[in-house]
Write a protein that binds this ligand. Structure first.
Ligand code: AHR
Length: 475
């Protein structure tokens, strides 16, 4: 992805400040709980992760064999990696649920644990894609240990291919959103919405929210699937996945005012461009089929799958390497979610707002370090373990993962490729100091008493490690 530099945000060497969101004064970086590392869970596609009111994170998703419904539970997002995975239910020996099991979602409805999923018959041929939506229900309060049995089939508007259902409560009404092939429309799937009378029955005629027609929605297949809903800043944001499930897979988004009649398709405005897509810079391909959760600090998180490589042998549907990934969601000044780009493998990146003016974010313009508020991806830096003892750290921009911030004896701060030379190793090592006020300093090991800072005209330079200009607020 070639990022069009946001010239409004900065000009190298100086900083123009636009109406950027102020950086929240995040809690200091917690070395004891560094947070999730991507990929969070390998070979789990279509992941649903949510934080339940019992304080636990629950995670389900499609397994490569598509033969069973699984569930994990952990106290932290990172803990999902090593959490025990329970098998709740397996596909049947014959009949309509004996083949693929796709994209499960767990919901607690009127106190009952219900898992929705798409399933098809076995037996080979095209019949295996006779996919319909079903639910299983748990006999107890603990979904990890209870007994699960078939509740039944979703009563869809047509007897046709339907999948990727989700359920959400809006202004006291529970809704069902799903993807379905509608007779008479030449697409694989469109998105539908309706209020629910019961877990498998709609209370009103469904409305069609979107049909894939834009070029980025019809690459390989004409697809709008995997709806997920986020209610923030007075609006409902419904993301969905489009195109074939290879590197062309991406997220679109519909937006509706929170107080509108969401059953009126006209209130849903479709983004004309994808809101999240393949990033060659960070080596994540075909990101999609997302869900939403929050991290342990209550900050919104995007959950999605994506591969580490672009070229796939055979049918992407049977490639197992769609790994579950998570990353922060930020918001633009008008409160719209900004997903940026898939951040790539490794610890989650952070943004750093200068303590002298938190509208000034540490950023890079190509290989030049600047301050400003350009596109999100240019402000995200990943901290890696350093090479000068356990206290040392290195900082790398997510869009240039082989480059690191370096401190030079002439007082400049720059980005250089990791030459792995002893000289580079010294220049690229910093010690991170997290202060009681929530700010952070990066003191250069190779230039004692100096730290990464901002000069009066917004330039990134080495400044006295005691100066306010050496302080940043991580977010
Ligand atoms: O991963 C299996 C299916 O493939 C999912 O239900 C759908 O979102 C994707 O196209």
């Amino acid at each position: 992805m070639i990022l069009n530099l946001s010239r409004r945000g900065f000009i190298a060497g100086s900083a123009l400040t636009a109406a950027a969101p102020m950086i929240a004064r995040a809690a200091p970086h917690d070395p004891a709980n560094p947070g999730p590392v991507n990929p969070l869970v390998k070979q789990r596609a279509d992941a649903q992760v949510f934080r339940h009111d019992d304080g636990y994170y629950y995670m389900t998703g499609s397994v490569p064999e598509y033969d069973r419904l699984v569930l994990r539970r952990a106290k932290t997002l990172a803990g999902l990696l090593t959490a025990e995975e329970a098998v709740l239910w397996r596909h049947e020996k014959s009949g309509p649920r004996s083949g693929f099991l796709w994209a499960p979602e767990l919901h607690q409805i009127n106190g009952q644990w219900i898992m929705y999923f798409a399933a098809g018959p076995s037996g080979g041929g095209d019949d295996v894609f006779r996919i319909r939506t079903y639910a299983v229900v748990c006999d107890g309060d603990d979904p990890m240990t209870g007994k699960w049995k078939v509740l039944g089939e979703f009563k869809a508007p047509w007897d046709s291919f339907n999948l990727d259902s989700t359920s959400f409560v809006h202004r006291g009404t529970r809704y069902f959103a799903w993807a379905q092939k509608e007779p008479g429309i030449d697409t694989n799937s469109n998105l539908y919405l309706a209020p629910m009378e019961s877990p498998l029955k709609l209370s009103k005629k469904a409305v069609r929210l979107t049909v894939p027609t834009l070029d980025w929605e019809v690459r390989g297949y004409k697809v709008a699937e995997a709806p997920a809903v986020l209610n923030r800043n007075g609006r409902l944001f419904m993301t969905y996945s489009a195109s074939a499930t290879d590197a062309r897979y991406c997220l679109g988004m519909l937006t509706a005012p929170e107080d509108a009649d969401i059953m009126d398709p006209a209130v849903w405005v479709k983004s004309q461009v994808p809101v999240f897509k393949t990033s060659r810079e960070t080596s994540v391909y075909g990101p999609g089929h997302n869900s939403f959760t929050v991290d342990e600090k209550g900050r919104d998180m995007l959950v999605y799958h994506g591969r580490d490589y672009e070229k796939i042998e055979g049918d992407p549907l049977f490639n197992p390497d769609r790994h579950t990934r998570v990353q922060r969601i930020y918001y633009t000044a008008d409160g719209t979610p900004d997903f940026g780009v898939p951040v790539g493998n490794g610890p989650l990146p952070e943004r750093f707002g200068s303590a002298t003016n938190t509208k000034l974010l540490l950023a890079h313009d190509g290989k030049t370090l600047v301050t400003g508020n350009p596109v999100l991806a240019q402000t995200q830096f990943r901290q890696r373990a350093g090479r000068a003892g356990e206290k040392s750290v290195m900082l790398s921009p997510i869009l240039l993962p082989d480059h690191y911030i370096v401190a030079r004896k002439d007082g400049t701060v720059g980005l250089e490729p990791d030459s792995k030379s002893a000289e580079f190793d010294m220049r690229s090592q910093f010690v991170r100091f997290d202060e009681a006020d929530g700010s952070t300093r990066f003191v250069a090991i190779s230039v004692p008493g100096r730290a990464i800072g901002v000069t009066g005209n917004g330039q990134v330079k080495l400044v006295s490690s005691r100066a306010k200009a050496a302080h940043w607020f991580a977010d």
